[in-house]
Write a protein that binds this ligand. Structure first.
Ligand SMILES: [Fe+2]
Length: 230
């Protein structure tokens, strides 16, 4: 498995291209914004972009969905149904997140209507990318329809904004729920085992074991607080 990270948007969001080395089949997880770098990485390496896979519907994770869909028309687009309202409401989403309309263009948050989703994730499904097998786990709490993608053989889990190095996703936005997020992390992510590399939607990579031992939101140091990112 190859993972390539592209840090995009003013929110320093981690867009990733993940590739099955044996078959050159690739997916783009959470394209935060249009990026020529991503196109070049896919094209110069002759990868086949099978899909744009979305962990959740926040604009800093879906803002770059339109452009690759045009350049890689074969790529399917997948999102959980409970985040469809965010997805199809993309042009208006920055406004209800508190960004003034006159700043949308300057900040790069002026969006066109995104392309239709190909289909919705189903909790528990196994999604094949070449020889890689991703288990899709519904993890509500940061948003209602957040999912994570776990690759058992590679010991890798792509967690979007559920879990960060030393922190967790914020839960004060529409659909957020602190107790639900902690429950999702404890019952669906940490139960994968202590040796999984955690690929988060912002910040550095970490491991399930390290977060279980040291993340103050999971060790009980903070009983109730809010995360840092949208
Ligand atoms: Fe988010």
């Amino acid at each position: 498995m190859i993972t390539e990270k592209f840090v995009l948007t003013p929110f320093q969001q981690n867009t990733r291209v993940v590739v099955c080395e044996e078959t050159s089949t690739a997916i783009c997880i959470d394209p935060g914004e249009d990026s020529a770098e991503i196109d070049a990485f896919v094209n110069e390496n002759d990868f086949h972009l099978q899909a744009i896979t979305l962990t959740h519907g926040h604009f800093d994770h879906i803002g770059g969905t339109s452009a690759p869909r045009k350049r890689f028309p074969q790529a399917e687009i997948l999102l959980h149904k409970d985040d469809e309202d965010f997805y199809y409401g993309l042009p208006e989403q920055p406004l209800f997140m508190g960004i003034p309309r006159h700043q949308l263009k300057i900040l790069g948050f002026e969006y066109e209507q995104p392309p239709r989703l190909t289909r919705n994730w189903k909790d528990g499904e196994i999604y094949a990318v070449g020889n890689l097998r991703f288990k899709i786990l519904h993890c509500p709490g940061h948003t209602r329809g957040h999912i994570v993608m776990a690759e058992e053989t590679e010991k890798a889990v792509f967690v979007g904004d559920c879990l960060f190095e030393g922190s967790i996703g914020r839960t004060d936005l529409p659909g957020g729920n602190f107790d639900q997020l902690i429950n999702s992390i404890n019952t669906r992510i940490l139960t994968l085992g202590d040796d999984f590399t955690v690929y988060s939607g912002h910040g550095s990579e970490t491991t399930t074991g390290r977060e279980k031992a040291t993340n103050p939101f999971l060790t009980g140091v903070y009983e109730m607080t809010q995360g840092r990112y949208i």
